[in-house]
Design a binder for this molecule. Structure first.
Ligand code: BES
Ligand code: MN
Ligand code: ZN
Length: 498
């Protein structure tokens, strides 16, 4: 999508569609007030007659309004003026774009502004582009019907009051557009069925990405290579699968010899639970158990597209967790790459088993910071619902920077504890550590398990079990936490406006 800024009045711009907003109780947004004046009160008349509503997201598309140059006007409800913020802005713009998407509009002008955060033109561009990409995303590749012709919309103008804001708005839109594309990649990988999106498919996706960016390289390790490195914890999870496990290693070099930020993503392309088999209800959703991997690969796509001046590595342990005659048994004890022995009491707690070896492997990069991202525990969904990512870290500084990035990117995070009490729950009578620690606080015991493998590293763990996908009628991948991860990186390399 191409973005430009415009200082012309809503009524004066010749374009396919202008988006304007009205609040509840008839208050008009800036663009709406201008169009109302130019059309001799048409907007107010339509509000009065009930044809236009101020309810948040409710959209009416008008054609050929007298006194207005644009051929269409999308009037969208903004809700209560006192409650209008960034979230409402995204919803309103998304609803308006969705309403226009049925028309043949090629170029539109958005006159909605982030009035509360208007002081920050960067976030006007950023939120607009992210919201547009999120709205226009479709997953149709598995449908046999002839694909609907793509929407012709390819150019979006953002109305601004001051010429001087233009550069910042455009920078925000460029970032938002790249984040949107990274999210779309992550959504595609999440939504693809498990018979297509296998560990090898993830590996090929990473290799393809490297081909199109000069600063990006991808290396794939096979099972024999992982065995030689001693990654027996990771390999224990794939023992029952016929699909080959892969360790995907991507390196983006945008800042010479700086220590990299390493992103590790859980890539279980399907989690049956293994011999500790899951119950059948909604088991299909365990195709989303690779959303950590999808988010770090998506973020890499965003970083490479923006050519950020930073070094970033991605490490994805990719496996299928299956029951089989060869599968790992509850009670099996294996030696991880770190040397710690693990008693596998529950084969469904497999995420931590692949992540611990991926984290140990990542030590070779001497990371400035290392963040793992995983749909790790059902307990996280119980604790935080579908809204917040959980962050765990021994570093207050790293945890707080992640919380701050989550707020700024509107991809929110909540901190959860890890430490000795939880690690106690992981005591094993037979090995150095058990892979489960009972019913209580599993998000924290899982985080504390990983902490045993990250001593001395500047590490944080993100549990995205709640936020990675929607269930029910809107079932689908969300693309989260690509905005959060990108925000962390943008902030670390100084590419955010101060
Ligand atoms: N991938 C699941 C976690 C999960 C479950 C995420 C449901 C989102 C929704 C993970 O591998 C798992 O099965 N965890 C177990 C751990 C338990 C056996 C200690 C869980 O949460 O039940
Ligand atoms: Mn599991
Ligand atoms: Zn899992």
């Amino acid at each position: 999508m191409e973005y430009f800024t415009s200082t012309s009045k809503a009524s004066r711009r010749a374009t396919d569609c202008v988006i304007i907003g009205v609040y509840e109780r008839g208050k008009l947004g800036v663009g709406a007030a201008d169009i109302d004046a130019a059309s001799k009160g048409e907007i107010r008349r339509l509000i009065k007659s009930g044809d236009v509503s101020g309810t948040l997201g409710k959209t009416t598309v008008l054609r050929n309004v007298a006194g207005v140059r644009a051929s269409r006007i999308a009037v969208v409800g903004l809700g209560k003026a006192s409650e209008f913020g960034a979230k409402q802005f995204r919803r309103a713009l998304g609803a308006a774009v969705a309403a226009i998407s049925a028309t043949k509009s090629k170029q539109i002008l958005n006159c909605l502004t982030l009035e509360t955060r208007a002081a920050d033109p960067y976030y006007l561009g950023r939120a607009s582009a992210e919201s547009v990409a999120d709205t226009l995303y479709r997953f149709t590749q598995m449908k046999s019907a002839r694909k609907p012709a793509g929407m012709p919309l390819n150019k979006i103008g953002l109305a601004i009051a001051k010429r001087g804001d233009a550069d910042r708005v455009i920078r925000g839109a460029e970032h938002g557009d790249a984040i949107g594309r990274g999210m779309s990649l992550a959504k595609d990988l999440g939504n693809l069925p498990p018979n297509v999106c296998t560990p090898s498919y993830l590996a090929r996706t990473a290799q393809k990405l490297a081909k199109s960016h000069a600063k990006l390289t991808t290396k794939i390790l096979n099972e024999a290579e992982m065995k030689r490195l001693g990654m027996l914890s990771l390999l224990s999870v794939t023992a029952g699968a016929t699909e080959a496990a892969k360790l995907i290693v991507m390196q983006y070099k945008g800042a010479g010899r700086d220590a990299p930020v390493v992103l590790v993503g859980k890539g279980v392309t399907f989690d049956t639970g293994g011999i500790s088999l899951k119950p059948g209800a909604a088991m299909d959703e365990m195709k989303y158990d690779m959303c950590g991997a999808a988010s770090v690969i998506g973020t890499m796509a965003t970083v490479a597209a923006l050519k950020l001046p930073i070094n970033v590595n991605v490490v994805v342990p990719a496996v299928v967790n299956m029951p089989d005659a060869n599968a790992t048994l509850p009670g099996d004890i294996i030696k991880s790459m770190s040397g710690l022995t693990i008693e596998i009491l529950n084969t469904d707690a497999e995420g931590r088993l692949i992540l611990c070896d991926a984290l140990t492997y990542s030590r070779r990069f001497k990371p400035a910071a290392i963040i793992d991202v995983a749909t790790l525990t059902g307990a996280c969904v119980v604790a935080l619902g579908k809204y917040y990512t959980a962050v765990m870290s021994h570093s207050d500084e790293l945890a707080e920077s992640i919380l701050g990035a989550g707020m700024a990117a509107e991809d929110r995070v909540w901190r959860m504890p890890i430490g000795d009490e939880y690690a106690q729950q992981l005591k094993s009578n037979f090995a150095d550590v058990a892979n489960v620690g009972g019913r209580y606080g599993d998000t924290c015991t899982a985080g504390s398990f990983l902490a045993k493998f990250t001593e001395g590293m500047n590490w944080a763990h993100l549990d995205i079990a709640g936020v990675a996908w929607h269930s029910g009628a809107k079932k689908g991948s969300t693309g989260r936490p690509v905005p959060l991860l990108t925000q962390i990186l943008l902030s670390r390399c100084g590419k955010l406006p101060r």
